[in-house]
Design a protein around this ligand. Structure first.
Ligand code: HAM
Length: 425
């Protein structure tokens, strides 16, 4: 391929490159979401970006859009059927089971993760084919306080970033006792509506997903549809009430959304979504819930669990929509401007020494002249420039230039790093 052709490559459809300075905001968001988790006892876990495709078809659900339409699946040269992970929960649970974390540790096993996920979706603002999540899973305990803990940690993360206009939607999807009864009632109702064939088929396989249909013609007919909350068994009702009380006691506002259905099939009981009103149609900045049956679905023992994942891309967009500045980009404090080969060697050594002493330092590369190097110094945002030529070095000094005032003073080479540290403290 010719050079000209190569230069026309761009990031694949539905993906984008993270570049400075925006990439700093991404790091800040990831760190802000992780911080409350770490101080609440969640340990970091990393799993492969691809897994056996069956993990997701069984775990996330054979009839979900994620599995039927959006999964990047592939057959390896060795004949393995793999898929790029469309979400993190099934992988994290798989890894926890494989490492026997549920046997060796105290329950719940609390884990957090951060990484890229892949869904072959129709790209639009806020919806990408590769996106970034920070997630948390608490495995092996059925306790409303754990559901509440996770929701509160997410809210605290958003708040620590300065995000304000987000809302928490809350629902319960019942358990294996009450959900089948509700499912049948909903199916009966849906069969009586004027729906297209596709939707009727969905009503037979996964009726709850019809509640989530965005089309007005469908939504209009759903008024009066039976709701899960009116079919919850006593245990599920009491459990949900406790989650709501704990959230209220922690000062976390929520909206009951009896039609909230998530796009993954593993949920039971508590389900929730965080939405931001400044994002248009892709308004969900995060979501999660309890998944008491998933472990058994992927071949493990009964391990009631709960978790969430927050979308980093959309959180960044939400911060932008609110005009919140998060990231203080890593700033160069000192910029070295060597004039001549000997000065380059000496200043390179001094820059290394300064960095090791905790001073953020940079140097002009590529044999720039004084003018070009000073321009780089200005662009770097550094407060100080260290300029030196052969004559300075012969006198054992470098010139320390204050880039805000333009004042310049000679400083002994041997005293430079100490002087910088004093000036910057
Ligand atoms: P999810 O709702 O599918 O849940 O994804 C969580 C978040 O990831 C969404 O709220 C959204 O912010 C972001 N997200 C999803 N798809 C895209 C996309 N195509 N482009 C940009 N952002 C996207 C899960 O993935 C569950 N695993 C959450 C969970 C953890 N439930 C229990 N534990």
């Amino acid at each position: 391929m010719t050079e000209a052709k190569l230069s026309t490559f761009s990031a694949p459809k539905g993906t984008y490159d993270l570049i400075p300075p925006d990439s700093e905001t991404f790091l800040a968001v990831r760190e802000a979401i992780a911080a409350p988790l770490r101080s609440a006892g969640y340990g970091y876990i990393e799993t492969p970006v691809f897994e056996d495709v069956k993990l997701f078809s069984r775990g996330v659900g054979e009839s979900t859009d994620i599995v039927t339409k959006e999964m990047y699946s592939l057959t390896t040269k060795g004949g393995d059927e793999l898929a790029l992970r469309p979400e993190g929960t099934a992988s994290v649970l798989r890894a926890a089971l494989q490492a026997n974390l549920h046997r060796v540790g105290n329950l719940p096993v609390k884990l957090w993760y951060s990484g890229s996920y892949y869904r072959y979706e129709k790209p639009q603002a806020g919806r990408y084919r590769q996106f970034s999540q920070v997630g948390a899973e608490a495995i092996g305990a059925e306790d409303p306080a754990l559901d509440a803990e996770l929701i509160i940690l997410a809210v605290d993360a958003y708040r620590s970033l300065g995000l304000k206009n987000f809302r928490l939607l809350l629902n319960s999807l019942g358990d294996r006792e009450c959900r089948p009864v509700y499912r049948a009632a909903l199916q009966d109702f849906l069969r009586g509506l004027d729906l297209d064939e596709d939707t009727l088929r969905r009503a037979e396989i996964n009726p709850l997903r019809v509640l989530d249909d965005k089309r007005e013609s469908v939504q209009k007919q759903l008024t009066g549809a039976p709701l899960m909350r009116d079919h919850l068994c006593e245990d599920c009702k009491a459990y949900h009430e406790q989650v709501r009380e704990l959230l209220t006691a922690a000062g976390v506002a929520f909206e009951d959304d009896p039609k909230l259905v998530r796009g993954l099939d593993y949920y039971t009981r508590t389900t929730f979504e965080f939405v931001h009103d400044g994002l248009g149609s892709q308004s969900a900045v995060g979501g999660g819930g309890r998944y008491d049956g998933l472990s058994e679905m992927i071949g493990g023992p009964a391990l009631p669990s709960v978790g969430w994942a927050l979308g980093v891309d959309r959180t960044v967009l939400a911060l932008k929509a609110e005009g919140v500045e998060t990231a203080v980009p890593a700033r160069t404090q000192v910029f070295a401007v060597p004039l001549g080969e000997q000065a380059r060697q000496v200043l390179f050594g001094l820059v290394t020494e300064a960095r090791r002493a905790g001073v953020a330092a940079d140097i002009a590369f590529g044999g720039k002249g004084l003018k070009g190097a000073m321009k780089s110094a200005d662009r770097s945002g550094a407060r100080w420039a260290v300029v030196a030529g052969e004559r300075d070095l012969a006198d054992g000094v470098v010139q320390l230039k204050d880039l805000t005032t333009g004042d310049q003073t000679p400083v002994a080479v041997t005293a430079l790093v100490t002087t910088l540290k004093e000036k910057l403290s």
